[in-house]
Design a protein around this ligand. Structure first.
Ligand code: ADP
Ligand code: MG
Length: 671
């Protein structure tokens, strides 16, 4: 049997079933075998009803006296019945599962698994799962549970897969150095486990295989990157030293180290591909400035891409101050830039050394003469294609050096897998004198007592406040306060304060104007949506309130919080919640820790990599089995891939493997 043959060649799969399967993406025999159960119902060791005790139980018996009624509470249907075995009878109850009425045949035996508990004045078995005894492998007692697809129920899948047992023999081994038949057996035991343990082992093997593929893809990307040519940029010690001495502060040790790593990469004739990770406020921009200066010194061009216009112009303002006196020509290119044509002409002629911009930089008509370095700030805000658009703007046959920057640390496990052990520089040291941010969760009813006096105090010493809201406009359907009405409310509480609001639907010029005034200290309280999230730097802002804090992800909250604590005085972040439930783990972690690396690990555990990197990778990373937080398995796969790659013949020999990883190669790139 050909694994890539249509599903309908399988026993038991007729035209109609095949059609349904295809509708859910199961087209080939292989797809069908790889449609894995999501769980197992465990019907081992049923207890006899006479010996039943409260708690989780499995009983085996017949069921009768089924009936459904409406409960007093609206919208609740209650289906009841009686389960009997040779030793006795118990009551069984399901809620809102009306279909149970039709599920059972009173002459047949079933397993029931659920909680036996005291409810509404008597003991009953509550909402058990159920399976016909003849449908469960009697020696094992485990039932794989498949996701229902249309009219195909889990039990249909069980029947079809049983009929297709022969097909497993067609599954070839994918990886070298495994016992022959490893893969086939793994797949088989997932569908037909001997025990929970055997299913788990089988799953572990397939997870390992998946990680192997992912890591192999990532490593091959890296190899391909190393085959590209880039403009080597010589290190100009004298000029760089002079520049560093001219700065109003001394670089942190971490900044020096990162800069040095970047300079060494850029000296090579292969493109740098380096990620600069550093918590908000750790001074990534300065490192980028040094790299840009170095590139410009040797007559090359640099592009710095930022995700928002506010951030781009802030970078521009900051960099103009320090780089223009040194003779670097800078330009800002955003949607709002006037006279774009003229500016683009100058860029094309090589008259601009450093272009800072937003998506406007990516358009086809933005052409460079000699683009040698691309810096991408907040890299997770951009998709692979967007980043590629920019890296393709180097002279023909050359790729630019690439420096990506992020304040959302990528956990080590992801670096190794998705990003192929890419080069990482870490700013794990804050500039001197930074004060920690005190974070507190408070509920809305506490605002008057706990929050307003704090704000009062901050305003008194002429420091500034960010107040982050979820919505731009009021919406009568939700209780979320909009920036507009929050600003108005605060104005009543603090009549003397200068209060303004900011949101993403305003015109870029308008936003810039407000940010500029906030920056200059002319606004006391800025009520804003998350447009201020990224990179904005106002050291005099020392208090932030995040309203509806529960509605944001951990990484985003941490980023937002990083807008304060940028100066020399202690800062505060208040996480405002409705207070009708206990604060989530996310908020509690945020209250406890200001370490972005720790928070990223927590976030990965709480949400999984798909959620975190979903936006970045366009959801392409749908690992079927493996978990990207399984560090042990990752380490093993990592080691084995290295061995695999040491023998170039392997790549010809393991064709299926090599073909299969192209899909991963697409997503495991930071170029
Ligand atoms: P981020 O890493 O979040 O992008 P920035 O680059 O915006 O951080 O830097 C935050 C602030 O710290 C800026 O005002 C910058 O000028 C300042 N800064 C950077 N490096 C140092 C340093 N070594 N000492 C003191 N301040 C610094
Ligand atoms: Mg930044």
């Amino acid at each position: 049997m050909d694994l890539f043959a249509d599903v309908d060649v399988l026993k038991g799969v007729g035209n109609k079933t095949a059609e349904t399967l295809r509708k859910y993406g199961i087209r080939t025999v292989r797809d069908f075998l790889y449609n894995l159960p999501r769980d197992y119902e465990n019907y081992t060791a049923p207890t006899s009803i006479s010996g039943i005790r409260p708690g989780k139980v499995v009983v085996k018996g017949k069921i009768d006296s089924l009936s459904t009624r409406r409960a007093k509470r609206r919208n609740l249907s209650v289906t009841e019945g009686v389960i009997r075995d040779d030793t006795g009878a118990i009551k069984v109850v399901w809620f809102n599962q009306g279909y149970r009425i039709k599920q059972f045949d009173s002459s047949k035996e079933y397993y029931f698994k659920g909680n036996y508990e005291f409810k509404n004045g008597r003991f009953s078995l509550i909402s058990p799962s159920a399976a016909e005894v003849s449908d469960v492998d009697p020696t094992v007692g485990l039932n794989p549970v498949y996701v229902a697809h249309g009219s195909l129920k889990p039990q249909n899948f069980r029947r079809l897969i049983s009929l297709s047992r022969d097909a497993f023999n067609e599954i070839p081994d994918l990886l070298p150095s495994v016992k022959p038949g490893t893969r086939k057996n793994a797949l088989f035991y997932i569908h037909f486990p001997n025990s929970i343990k055997s299913a788990q082992n089988a799953r572990d093997y397939l997870a390992y295989e998946e990680l192997f593929e992912l890591i192999l893809a990532a490593k091959l990307n890296r190899r391909e990157n190393e085959k590209l040519k880039a403009i080597p940029i010589a290190f100009d010690r004298t000029k760089i030293q002079k520049f560093v001495r001219s700065l109003p502060f001394t670089l942190t040790g971490a900044q020096k180290k990162a800069t040095w790593e970047i300079f060494q990469d850029m000296e090579k004739p292969v493109p740098m591909n380096r990620l600069l990770q550093g918590d908000v406020g750790s001074g990534k921009t300065m490192v980028a400035a040094l790299a840009a200066y170095e590139a410009a010194l040797s007559g090359n061009q640099v592009a710095l891409l930022a995700p928002t216009a506010i951030l781009a112009s802030q970078h521009y303002d900051g960099l103009v101050k320090i780089l223009e006196p040194l003779g670097v020509k800078l330009a800002l290119l955003t949607g709002a830039t006037k006279n774009k044509t003229e500016l683009k002409r100058q860029i094309a002629e090589g008259k601009i050394d450093l272009v800072i911009g937003t998506h406007a930089l990516l358009t086809d008509d933005t052409v460079f003469k000699r683009l040698a370095l691309v810096v991408i700030d907040e890299q997770h805000r951009f998709g692979v294609e967007q980043r590629q658009k920019l890296t393709l703007k180097s002279p023909k046959g050359l790729a630019p050096h690439l420096l990506t920057m992020t304040a959302t640390p990528i956990p080590r496990s992801l670096q190794l897998t998705i990003f192929g052990d890419l080069d990482v520089s870490i700013l794990n040291e804050m500039p001197r004198g930074r004060q920690p941010i005190t974070t507190k969760i408070i509920t809305e009813v506490e605002t008057k007592e706990k929050l307003y006096p704090q704000i009062e105090g901050v305003l008194r010493v002429h420091q500034q406040v960010y107040w982050v809201c979820k919505a731009i406009d009021d919406d009568p359907r939700t209780e979320t306060t909009s920036v507009k009405s929050r600003a108005a409310k605060l104005q009543r509480v603090f009549p003397k304060a200068k209060i303004e609001y900011l949101h993403g639907r305003m015109k870029p010029a308008e936003k810039d104007e407000i940010m500029t005034r906030f920056n200059a200290g002319k606004i006391d309280i800025l009520v804003s949506t998350t447009v201020i999230e990224v990179g904005v730097d106002v050291p005099n802002a020392t208090l932030m309130v995040i309203e509806n804090a529960e509605s944001y992800g951990l990484a985003q909250l941490h980023q937002l919080r990083g807008r304060v604590g940028r100066g020399q005085v202690a800062s505060y972040c208040f996480l405002l919640t409705a207070g009708d439930t206990a604060p989530s783990r996310r908020l509690r972690e945020l209250e406890k820790s200001s370490d972005g690396f720790h928070l990223a690990e927590v976030d990965l555990k709480l949400r999984g990599p798909g959620e975190i990197y979903g936006a970045l990778q366009h959801g392409a990373l749908d690992l079927r089995i493996a978990s990207l937080s399984d560090t042990k398995l990752i380490a093993r796969a990592q080691k084995d891939v290295t061995t695999f790659l040491q023998n170039p013949e392997n790549m010809l020999k393991y064709k299926e493997l090599m073909d299969g990883i192209t899909k991963y190669q697409q997503i495991t790139t930071l170029n």
